[in-house]
Ligand binder design. Structure first.
Ligand SMILES: Cc1cc2nc3c(=O)[nH]c(=O)nc-3n(C[C@H](O)[C@H](O)[C@H](O)COP(=O)(O)OP(=O)(O)OC[C@H]3O[C@@H](n4cnc5c(N)ncnc54)[C@H](O)[C@@H]3O)c2cc1C
Length: 481
């Protein structure tokens, strides 16, 4: 028996032969995540059913020095779950048990494959889990932890990291450890959240949940353009009101989302601002009046207030469908994710418009305006010669525009393979070396999701161990900076 066949046999011994996939047809599903233009077949994909099976698989990889990539639901948009060509994909979708619901302690404990929405459903109606990515119906809590995911309600409530209180983690040598938020010593849990699968596999996740607010008031304000909608955002935040959500959509995204959902957004508007207040009834009622006045003063041409839960759901449906709806505008699109200070919104949006014109491509903007977290959607047609490359280049220049405006290369989608070439634009050499030392401390052999997050290879002076160059390394991107 070849060493490869022996290894597969051992994996089958751990997970069962039905859950070790090696046939190209079976593996095709797993060759990319949401960043679909980057594809790579793994050697095999395994679907363990328990933390103990994950531990045994990772320990075997350590023994045989095989690199591996953890995968949740594969909705990531930065190529974080992209397989490595000589490695194993560890798919966590079968670990989907809700292990404990302890509402007295505002706590829930889940396996990593549980979807984000299933957590809120498990604690409803009295409680909810605030981080709400638009992909929440499918994305997994394990993926949310690895990406430190956000969502529309993170302006008020914070990101995933603010809600993870404990983790069970399988380290790359197969050791299983418990990390706790309030334990004395180094905040290793804090380091793990957002580490994009490079420090280990989360196999059990304890989360804080919050009591459901007494009331919610939602409106959409329609403006002539994003400049005026941006003025409204500054006015609202400056007034001291802290909305649960402030989301902006531009003309192109309104058009696409409205065609997909028929939610009643005005097609003649240049921008729509979706604002939601939640909290005690009296406070919300008073602030809602102020909110409407602020929008009107900033130039809102029209205000639509949700008068029922159904109408609120309709309004949100358009926002949450906005990414997918871009399929109506172009056969393909590239979702960019960058952050800017709110005060630079108008300037950066103008820069994006100018770049779109220069490149002859359409760019729609849908974003978490309160956080300054932009999501420009760069539309392209892969059938047109050179267009995918132009779209990628344009998306890169948008990241540069964010960094130039004192922003960040990513707000919530992570670095993955997509953004790692831009890391030096934000961090100095000593910063990057410090990240790398932390990574090597968790994973000295560089087996956990190699080639992601950091520009590679980055040998860490005093830390031994090979750092494998990823075959999809796109050399040259960094030069644009
Ligand atoms: C339409 C759409 C809308 C989106 N909207 C948002 C949004 O509003 N906000 C937002 O933040 N993101 C959004 N995303 C991005 C994506 O949904 C999130 O990043 C999500 O958290 C990924 O979860 P996943 O289960 O799909 O992870 P995957 O894509 O499978 O993996 C993502 C990363 O997590 C690692 N990983 C997965 N599970 C584990 C684990 N158990 N232990 C360790 N590492 C692990 C992987 O190795 C990879 O690096 C959106 C994506 C789509 C397609």
């Amino acid at each position: 028996m070849s060493s490869g066949a022996a290894l597969i046999a051992r994996l089958e011994g751990i997970c069962g032969s039905d859950y070790v996939l090696t046939h190209p047809h079976a593996l095709a599903t797993y060759r990319s995540d949401g960043l679909a233009h980057l594809r790579q077949m793994p050697v095999a994909a395994v679907l363990p059913s328990s933390a103990e099976e994950v531990r045994a698989v990772v320990a075997l990889c350590h023994e045989a020095q095989i690199p591996w990539v953890a995968r949740g639901a594969g909705t990531g948009l930065s190529g974080g779950a992209l397989p490595v060509h000589d490695g194993l994909l560890i798919v966590l979708s079968r670990l989907r048990r809700i292990l404990a619901v302890e509402l007295g302690d505002s706590r829930v404990v889940v396996e990593p494959g549980v979807s984000n929405l299933a957590v809120t459903r498990a604690v409803a109606p009295t409680h909810f889990f605030p981080p709400d990515p638009s992909s929440q119906i499918v994305c997994s809590i394990g993926g949310n932890v690895a990406e430190n995911s956000g969502g529309a309600h993170c302006f008020k409530y914070g990101f995933t990291t603010n809600y993870v209180t404990g983790l069970e983690v399988v380290l790359s040598d197969g050791t299983m450890v418990e990390l706790e938020r309030d334990a004395p010593g180094y905040d290793l849990l804090g380091a793990f959240v957002g580490s994009e699968g490079t420090l280990g596999v989360a196999t059990k996740i304890a989360l804080r949940v919050l009591p459901t607010p007494e009331t919610v008031r939602t409106l959409v304000a329609f403006f002539e353009d994003t400049y005026h909608a941006g003025e409204a955002v500054s006015a609202i935040v400056g007034s001291g009101i802290v909305p649960g959500a402030i989301e902006m959509m531009d003309r192109l995204s309104i058009k696409a989302a409205e065609a997909a959902t028929g939610a009643g957004y005005r097609l003649d508007a240049g921008a729509a601002l979706l604002v939601e207040l939640d909290g005690p009834r009296e406070e919300c009622t008073a602030q809602f009046e102020d909110l409407m006045a602020l929008c009107a003063r900033a130039g809102a041409a029209d205000l639509r207030v949700a008068l029922s839960e159904e109408e609120r759901a309709q309004i949100w449906k358009a926002r949450k469908a906005a990414f997918a709806a871009m399929g109506r505008v172009a056969p393909a699109y590239y979702v960019q994710d960058g952050v800017i200070p709110r005060t630079r919104l108008a300037e950066v949006l103008a820069r994006i418009d100018a770049l779109a014109e220069e490149y002859g491509l359409q760019v729609a903007n849908v974003f978490h305006a309160g956080d300054g977290n932009l999501h420009p959607l760069v539309c392209y047609d892969a059938a047109r010669e050179g267009e995918p490359q132009r779209a990628e280049e344009l998306a890169g220049l948008i990241v540069k525009a964010c960094v130039d405006a004192d922003g960040s290369i990513t707000g919530e989608h992570g670095v993955g393979v997509d953004k790692k070439a831009y890391m030096p634009a934000m961090f100095s050499e000593p910063d990057l070396a410090t990240f790398q030392r932390l990574r090597c401390a968790f994973d000295p052999l560089g087996l956990a999701n190699p080639g992601k997050v950091m520009p590679t290879p980055r040998l860490c002076g005093e830390v031994p161990g090979p750092y494998r160059e990823h075959p999809l390394e796109r050399a040259g991107l960094a030069e644009r900076f």
